[in-house]
Design a protein around this ligand. Structure first.
Ligand code: PA5
Length: 446
């Protein structure tokens, strides 16, 4: 595997017998998952997705992506939560957070329908002016308000610009195979549709059409991404904790949680990981934060955040552990230049690679944080490419499932997300919510 778990910096926090004692629970979690006897067992399609996917649809995704790349200057990807975070994470990680600004990148890719902001909407509409636009709307339920509203806005834009028939050629829909408003609407309008598999939840769906179409539209090799994930799916099947880095990560999280470490900070040293961190936070937050339990997932980009959150991590409330992503080869180099006058006193760094300075910063930070009482898990990633990212995605998905079962929650539902939705519908006067609306208005005094 191109991913290695380094537990060296945990030695003062976890004793050997603690691994031994949780090992049987891990075996049980693995059994529940593989034999589909645990909670949420109807949502396990992601386990075999990297090998067992619809080849015909995969080639349609590649064709649609080619068409988008040929005919559009701008692709608007509409979706929220698990329906957009994975695609955005992969595009920014493999291409760049500045992908849209860099020359030669066509189409530009913008994400919409992931908030409720007139400002964000108007800005995107402006960015589309004078450009050829395509839309990929992604919603499993087909009823989520944020993407539904954004789709209405961009559908209007496309129909005004290209007419109904022209718009049809530029709208791609990813939704449930058969159910939901969006599916019914697409069938009637004749849009090309792709499927969110029934047994794959939003936050586990990046390796389905949900993530793959926008990712392929960014020119990323989705075959290699799937091959990497497939390699990981074969590698992480041994329930023996000592033989399985992925399961060991899940076990360590729970050992630390049971000692009061209720927050995990995912730390990366590369700004291109920022959206990957967001994807990871949703995966773990929505899977584990329930039944009054869960490890709160937070994230930082170092060394940037060493100058904001560094103080708290070093010296504040001791509630957290860190998981550091260490990417050996990012595909870029930059040497620090020499200055004969050495006015800034930096010549001790002359000729040094920036990556080596970064590595030193990372090692120094790990030691400082460990000294400050923060357990550090290090995930060593060999390089930054499609294959290895596929492995990393699968690593975190599988670890999340095992960890959720160790925590005794259902990692595959999200009942808490419904509460705000119901209140919002009631207050907005959605048919069927009238009584609830009256109650809420009373509580709000209007
Ligand atoms: O992970 C999840 O299940 C959620 O984050 C959903 O992806 C999110 O709520 C969007 O739902 P939908 O795709 O039905 O619009």
């Amino acid at each position: 595997m191109s991913i290695k778990l380094n537990t060296h910096y945990l030695e003062s926090f976890i004793r050997p017998h603690e691994y031994a004692q949780i090992a049987d629970q891990v075996r049980l979690a693995d059994k529940m998952l593989r034999e589909k006897t645990g909670p949420g067992n109807q949502m396990l399609g992601w386990i075999h997705l990297p090998e067992n996917y619809d080849r015909e649809e995969f080639s349609r995704i590649q064709k649609a992506a080619e068409k988008i790349r040929k005919t559009c200057d701008v692709l608007i990807v509409i979706g929220i939560g698990g329906s957009y975070l994975g695609a955005r994470a992969v595009i920014e990680y493999l291409r760049s957070p500045n992908y849209n600004l860099l020359p030669g990148n066509k189409p530009q890719i913008y994400f919409s329908g992931n908030c409720i902001s007139a400002d964000a909407m108007n800005e995107l509409l402006k960015l589309c002016e004078g450009k050829d636009v395509c839309v990929n709307v992604i919603s499993k339920s087909g009823t989520t308000t944020e993407p539904a509203v954004a789709f209405r806005v961009f559908r209007n834009l496309l129909e005004e610009k290209y007419g109904k028939a022209g718009a049809r050629e530029r709208i791609f829909v990813t939704t449930d195979r058969a159910r939901g408003t969006l599916k019914a609407f697409s069938t009637e309008a004749g849009y090309e549709t792709f499927v969110v598999p029934d047994d794959v939840g939003g936050r586990f769906s990046v390796l389905s059409a949900v993530g793959l179409l926008p990712i392929a539209a960014a020119g990323i090799d989705i075959t290699k991404l799937m091959e990497g994930a497939a390699a990981a799916s074969r590698a992480y099947t041994n329930p023996d904790l000592e033989q399985n880095d992925c399961y060991r990560y899940a076990a360590i999280r729970n050992i630390l949680y049971r000692k009061g470490k209720v927050m995990e900070i995912l730390a990366s040293y590369e700004p291109f990981s920022m959206m990957f961190n967001e994807w990871w936070k949703q995966l773990y937050g929505e899977s584990e934060g329930k039944d009054l339990k869960g490890i709160y997932p937070a994230s930082v980009i170092f060394s940037t955040d060493l100058h904001s959150l560094g103080q708290f991590i070093q010296d504040g409330n001791r509630i957290m552990f860190e998981t550091v992503i260490d990417i050996a080869d990012t595909g870029n180099t930059c040497k620090i230049p020499d200055d004969p006058n050495n006015i800034d006193g930096l010549n001790f760094l002359s000729g040094m690679e920036l990556d080596d300075v970064k590595k030193t910063a990372m090692l120094g930070t790990i030691l400082a944080h460990v000294d400050g009482g923060v357990p550090n898990i290090v995930i060593e990633v060999s390089k930054r490419d499609e294959f290895v990212l596929g492995e990393l995605i699968y690593f975190f998905e599988m670890a999340c499932a095992i960890s959720g079962y160790l925590l005794a929650v259902n990692p595959f539902d999200q009942p808490g997300v419904e509460s705000y939705k119901k209140n919002m519908f009631a207050l907005l006067g959605k048919p069927g919510y009238e009584e609830m609306g009256k109650e809420l208005r009373k509580r709000l005094n209007f």
